[in-house]
Design a protein around this ligand. Structure first.
Ligand SMILES: [Fe+2]
Length: 152
C-alpha cells in the first residue's frame, strides 16, 4: 500500500484536481526552499524569488484555462489572481530595494496562498465538478509527492 506523505501540501489543502494540486505543491515547495535559503542570511536570491512569481503566474493561467475550457465564469477569481500578482510584484520590488524583509514577503505569500486554496480554489473545483461540460480527471496525489511516498 502506497502512503503519500508531503510536508508541503497537507491533505486539508488538496482540491482533488491533479494538475492544480501539483502546482499548489510546487509553489509551497518553492516558498519553503526560499525560507530555508534566506534564514539567517542577508543574501536574497532574486532569481529564485522571481521563479516563485513565475510559478504563481503559471498556476493562475492554468486555472483560468481550465475554467475557460469548462465554460465557467471565472472573472472574479481571475481578478483576485491579477490583484495578487500585482501586489506580489510590488512587494518583491520592495524586497529588492531593501525596503521589505524577504521573510515577511514569504510569510505573506504562504499565508495568502493557503487561504486562497481553502476559500477560492476549493470552490472553483466544486463548481467544475458540478459542470456538465467538464469531466474531472481521476484524482491522485501530485507527481512530485512520489518523492515523499513510502510503501507499507
Ligand atoms: Fe486561484
Amino acid at each position: 500500500m502506497e502512503i503519500a506523505l508531503s510536508p508541503f501540501l497537507p491533505e486539508a489543502l488538496l482540491v482533488g484536481f491533479p494538475e492544480i494540486d501539483a502546482q499548489h505543491e510546487e509553489v509551497f515547495t518553492r516558498i519553503e526552499s526560499l525560507k530555508a535559503g534566506c534564514f539567517g542570511n542577508t543574501y536574497v536570491d532574486i532569481a529564485e524569488f522571481q521563479a516563485l512569481l513565475d510559478s504563481f503566474t503559471l498556476h493562475f493561467a492554468t486555472e483560468e484555462r481550465i475554467a475557460e475550457d469548462a465554460g465557467i465564469d471565472f472573472a472574479a477569481h481571475a481578478k483576485i489572481h491579477r490583484d495578487t500578482l500585482d501586489l506580489l510584484r510590488k512587494a518583491l520590488g520592495d524586497v529588492i530595494k531593501g525596503e521589505r524583509d524577504a521573510h515577511a514577503f514569504l510569510r505573506y505569500a504562504e499565508y495568502w496562498f493557503e487561504r486562497h486554496i481553502r476559500e477560492d480554489d476549493k470552490r472553483f473545483v466544486a463548481t467544475l465538478q458540478e459542470s456538465r461540460h467538464f469531466r474531472l480527471p481521476r484524482s491522485r496525489r501530485p507527481v512530485s509527492n512520489r518523492l515523499f511516498s513510502a510503501r507499507a
